[in-house]
Every structure is written in C-alpha cells, then in structure tokens.
Write a protein that binds this ligand. Sequence first.
Ligand code: BDP
Length: 719
Amino acid sequence: MFRTTFRSTHLRIFSLLILLLLQAKTHAEDGYKLWLRYDRIQNKKTLSLYQDQLKQYTFMGSSATINAAKTELRNGLSSLLGKKIPETDAIKNNSIVVAPLSRLGANADKELRAQLRQLGKEGFIIKNITGGGKNYTLITANSDIGLLYGTFRFLQILASETSIARLSVSDFPRLQNRLLNHWDNPDGSIERGYAGRSIFEWNTLPGKISRRYIDYARANASVGINGTVLNNVNANPNILTPEYLVKVKALADAFRPYGIKVYVSVNFAAPIRIGKLATADPADPAVKQWWKKKADEIYQLIPDFGGFCVKANSEGQPGPQDYGRSHTDGANMLAEALAPHRGIVMWRAFVYKNREQDRIRESYDEFHPTNGKFASNVFLQVKNGPIDFQPREPFHPLFGAMDKTPLMLEVQLTQEYLGFSTHLVYLGPLFEECLQSDTYAKGQGTTVAKVIEGKVSPQKMTGIAGVANIGDARNWTAHPFAQANWYAFGRMSWNPELKASGVIREWNILTFGNNKVLLDGLQQITMQSREAAVNYMGPLGLTMLMDISHYRPAPWRRDKPAPTGTRESFHRADEKGIGFDRTAAGSDAVSQYAGALKERFNDIHTCPEKFLLWFHHADWDYKTSSGKTLWNELCYRYSAGVYTVRAMQNKWETLKTLVDPERFTLVKNLLTEQEKEAVIWRDACLLYFQTFSKRPIPAELEAPAHDLEYYKALKVSMN
Ligand code: BDP
C-alpha cells in the first residue's frame, strides 16, 4: 500500500516536473521574446568574467525612461548571468554606471564630453572607466533615451558573449525619424498582414494597456525605432474622432518611456466624413480651420504627437486633386495645421492612375515637379522602388531628383510580394541594395542612403518608414525568421550604412545563441534567401507576375483588358522576346535617372543583368553574361531559385540538434511549404513564357510536373 502510494506520488511528481519542464520549454521557445531573450551565457569562462566585472549597477537620474532602462538592465543581467545583480546608490568597483552627462560631474573628463557632443540627443557611449580607484562600465548619453539605447546595446553585447574588458562603443542614429507604419485597421484586421490580427486592441483601449504594448515598445527601442504610425494608410477617418484619439493617447503614454512617438494615417476627406463639412478642398478656409482645430485637439491630448501619414489620390483614396488642387496644396495645408506643434506630414509618393502605358513612370512624373514646393515640415515618403515592393526593383528615381525636398524612404517588412509569412526571406539584402544604390544625383557615391541621411543635399528632416510585419501571433511575425526583418529594419534605420550580413549575424546570435556551427548555418540560410525568392519569382528584372492576392504566380493575369492589362504593362512577352522596353526608344523611364545611370540602363550591354528585363525587351536568343541564351538563362534562374530553397532545407536539417524542437519543426514545415510554392512559381512562369518562346526547357533541369492549365487552375492563396 505504502509502496504503491509512494510510487504513484513519485510518478505524479515526475509527470508534473516533465509537464513543468515542457511548459517552461514551450514558453521559452515560442518566439515571443524576439531578440530580447537574454539566455544565460553558455561559455563558462565568459560567464565568470562577466560576473567578476558586473557585480552591481547604479543609475543616476530618474524618469520613466530611466525606469525602463533600469528594468531592462535588471532583468537582462539576472537572466544572462544567472543571478540577481544588486542596485547600489554610489559608484562601486566592478559595476555598471548608467548616467546622463548632466549627472556625471567630475566623472566626465573633457574627452568624454567632446565625444558626447558629436552624438546628438539619441547617441550613447559605453566605456570602461578607471577613476577614483574604481573600475566600472559607464553607459552615458546626452539624454535619457540615449541611456535606454545604450542599455539595450550593452545587453546585446553581453548576449553575444563578446569581451567587455576594453569596451569603447559610441553610436548615434544617422536618421532622425525611424518609423514603423502599421497598416492596421480599427476593426483589428491588417491590410497585407500575415501574422494574425492587429496588436492594437482598439475595443479595450484606453482602459486596457496590454503587456504586448510594452514589449512591442521595448523591441522597437532595442533597435532604435522611435516612431509608429498606428493605422492603415487607407485610413479610416474615425481615427481622428475624440473616441479614438483618447485611445491613441493611451498608446502614446505607454510608448513614451521607450522614446516612441505615435503618428496616425489620416483620410483626406475627414472634414467631410467626420467633420460634416461639405468639402475637403484644401483651399477652403473652413477645411483649413477644421484641420487646425483637429491638430490643436490632438496636441492637447498628446503634446509630443508625431504627425500625419497621408495616402492621397492613390488607389481610390481621396485627395486634393479631387478639387483640382495639387499634392503640395494638400500637404502644405496639413503641414500648416501641425507646424505650431512641431508635427510633421509624411505625404506618400505612391500614386498611379494606370492611364499611362508605363506605370512605373507615374510617381516620378507626378512629384518631380514639386521639388522644393512642400512646406518645411513635409516629407515626401517614397517606396524603395518605382512600382510596389517587388522582390527586386531598381531604386525609385525620385531619390536622385529631389534635392530640395526631405525624402523618407519606405520599405515593406510584411512580405506582401515575397511569400507572406510562409517564405523565409531575409530582407536585409533588399534594404542594403536600395540604400547602397548610387543615384549619381551629385556625382558618383551619392547613394540612396546618403540622400536620405541628408548628406547629398542638406535636409532639415531625415527619416525612414517600414511597413510592419507584426500581428498578434504569439511570436509576433508568424514566421520565426520574419522577426529578422523587423530587427534589420530597425538596425538599418539607425545606421543605413550597416551591412545586411552583419545585421543578420547579430539577430541570429540574439535569437538562436552563440553556437558557431549553428550560426554559420543560419548565416548561409538567411543570406541566400532573398536571391532565391527573386530567382523563383521574377529573375532578370521581371516584375509584378503575381496573382490578385500577391502570393502565387499569375503572369497571365490582366488587371484590365488588353492593351493596358498586366501582361502588356509588366513583362511584355511575345514571340520575339520578353521584357519592358523602358529605354529612350521605349517608354523612356530611363531618363528619370541621372545622366551616367540613364546611359547605363539604356544600353542593353551595360544594363545590370538583374534589371535586364526591367529596362529592355530582349530577344529569346539574346546572349546573357553566362553565355546562355536568354530563354535558357531564365530557365536556369527559375530553377536556381528552387534549388536554393532545397539547399536551405538541407542546411536547416543539419541544425536539428542545435535548435529547440519547437522552432526547428515550425521552420522545417514552413520551408517544406516554401519549396512547394517555389516549384509552382518556377513551373507556372516557365510554362507560360514558353508559350511565347517556343523553346524547350533544358533537359538537364527539372521538368514541370503539370501542364500550364493545371497552374492556371490553382487556387490563389488562402489569405
Ligand atoms: C500596395 C498594397 C496595398 C497598399 C498600397 C499602398 O497592395 O494594399 O494599400 O500598396 O502602399 O502594395 O498604399
């Protein structure tokens, strides 16, 4: 009897332990913590060195931001070092001191002061100091937010198990406004969102401030994101009603300690839709007055409100052109309302009417003449490429042509055209490719990065926006690797000169740990993923080949009946060849680029092959740089896309024992799906283009398993 009870009690405890362990494991590996995992330092030597050097910490000053930094440091340290580190009032030997310059007094020497002067409001320094017979690690800055950024960086350094014996890090953001753009609607849905519903629970705001808001703010601050546009650019006017503004205020209050300002997207017809005016004409005094009063009302509630993001006269949205006014008229009216409060307008350049033969010309043609005509608190927000977040586009020509207008670069983190949250596509290389493109606006070396940093022509304001890929999925982005795109956006917004390969290495470490074999494997997988997607979706400059949901291939799709439908608009395949003639002899879109570049793009022999079919209609037998005919090259590229995904799968398989089972299985399953989709892309596109080329797919490549009709009949995505 006793033995049975003993045994069953044991069994129960044992099962309970297993259950607890499992739960702990589940909780630990479900991805919620993002790159802020602060896993215990694995290397024993490093751990004991850290423990010797970091015996306590001291904060000087007090504010909500300092409290946030303190909480982060306390939690981060105890988790990384596996023990509680005490807080002390006075500076002690072997401690961490977090203090703004203003509180350092005699502890700040001339050199440190001079160094800090270079770093602006948000920069920071992390440095080992020996003074007054004590050694300590100093995190200092000109402001509290600089301290928070410094604290996050310090924790990242520890998590990377880097030596902290001779620390001397100083950093500052190169762009002032580093914003996420949420395409979230008040009803909780997200336009082009693939990670669940919106994290903003409008129904329960302002009363309920969920933990997720704070963790969202922490994650953003940890990579330097300092603003967020809360709602969809296709804006519901209600966001500006008093009912919603108190909700916006609640979010602003929650995010403020983390240095994050809130902004909203506004509907240009709001004066009619919620203001009961008869018009939204920007020249109408009542309309101007309405916006002024609205701005005053907002700033009454939220004194540090950021401003408005506006999609006007684009894809059916209302705008000033509805009243015969210009984009500048509309933007400047809003700018005037916000200016007394130091608010800004982000006016989007994404416009097209599809009236022209070549859609990619339209945004430039519309906005180039406005150079210098916007009010000084208006950004023109320009997508990275002239069409629309495609797997690969040349940079938007406006970046080389608006020397008197602050330009804000807009990139998309949500993978609308890159396989949603199903495909593993690390976007760092896409960001880098755009940022490092030479515009030749003012001679060689005037890259997009330098343009937006204000180094080519002085810009009073600088900024970047990323369309968020975040939802209420437990791990935020649905695909575990999509978190990397949020991370990379933040890091490359902070410093647009960073290399995508270095950024992903950081993320890999923070997300998966420091095992060298694992890190090398992850590096290989992530760094080839974007090129793989380009290859299986649209190699050699092909673009806009997707179905209406933007997930699967549909190169046969026509938005409109011929001759203006998609086929004619984008790939223009015919019996002779394929590609869009945008040379001087064609639509002449090349002329939107500066001299040297225009020449290079215009000549088929100097045009970079990755943009060959973007700018040229080339014969099927055109010889590519590999010596293959264009048709064969196309077949090889599409196949390479599939083979690379398989290589990614194989690599992932080798990492099995180095990754927790939960994330391993999820990624494995997603890669299986991605491989299937890549094959569909390859086969559908090649079979369709083959109807024009009338050439065989090279025998050494995998032949499509089905005929074209099969692919045409496939359901578009479930999204
Ligand atoms: C397109 C999206 C659409 C957005 C639009 C935009 O398909 O949902 O509203 O961009 O940026 O790519 O305004």
